[in-house]
Design a protein around this ligand. Structure first.
Ligand code: INI
Length: 158
């Protein structure tokens, strides 16, 4: 029997963080959580992290794909916040962002973490960006660290 379960340390990894400016006051906390986890938990070198700002969550997939095409990154963390309004506008944005990111990750065989908060209100977003319900940015960082090592192990062992 072979079992693959990887660690989360990836000191040599090159990580791109694509982040939305819309709801920036929340997203800055997601970024803080992501970078802190990359460095403290993943031991990722400060110089190997690139942060790219885009206007909104809808733009996350395009910037992510463009970054991947440079072939300089081992993983991408996509960060943003979509807060429900009075219309269905936010659903179109959240759906496109999530579908786009999933498609790009699979098509390019590269880990991309979906660090997009999709909440009913601002309070829920605050709770998930470094207060009582954790930090989605930090979770996203730990996810890509593990996935970098999982993909490596699959290629080595199987
Ligand atoms: N972008 C977000 O990141 N979050 C939102 O909640 C949001 N809402 O609700 O409108 C939002 N809109 C902007 C969108 O992502 C695009 O930047 C815009 O539509 C231009 O393409």
């Amino acid at each position: 029997m072979k079992i693959i379960e990887a660690a989360v340390s990836a000191p040599e990894a090159k990580i791109g963080v694509v982040i939305s400016r819309f709801n920036k006051f929340i997203n800055l906390n997601l970024l803080d959580g992501a970078i802190s986890s990359l460095k403290r938990i993943g031991q990722v070198n400060h110089d190997n992290i690139t942060v790219i700002w885009v206007p909104g969550a809808f733009e996350l997939p395009l910037a992510t794909e463009t970054l991947i095409k440079t072939n300089k990154y081992d993983a991408i963390i996509a960060l943003g916040t979509v807060i429900r309004g009075h219309t269905s506008h936010c659903e179109y944005i959240a759906n496109e962002a999530s579908a786009g990111i999933a498609r790009i990750s699979i098509n390019n065989n590269i880990p991309i973490a979906f660090g997009l908060l999709t909440t009913e209100n601002i309070e829920q977003a605050i709770e998930r960006s470094g207060t009582k319900l954790g930090n989605k940015g930090s979770e996203a960082a730990i996810t890509v660290l593990e996935m970098i090592n999982v993909l490596k192990a699959i290629k080595l062992i199987i």
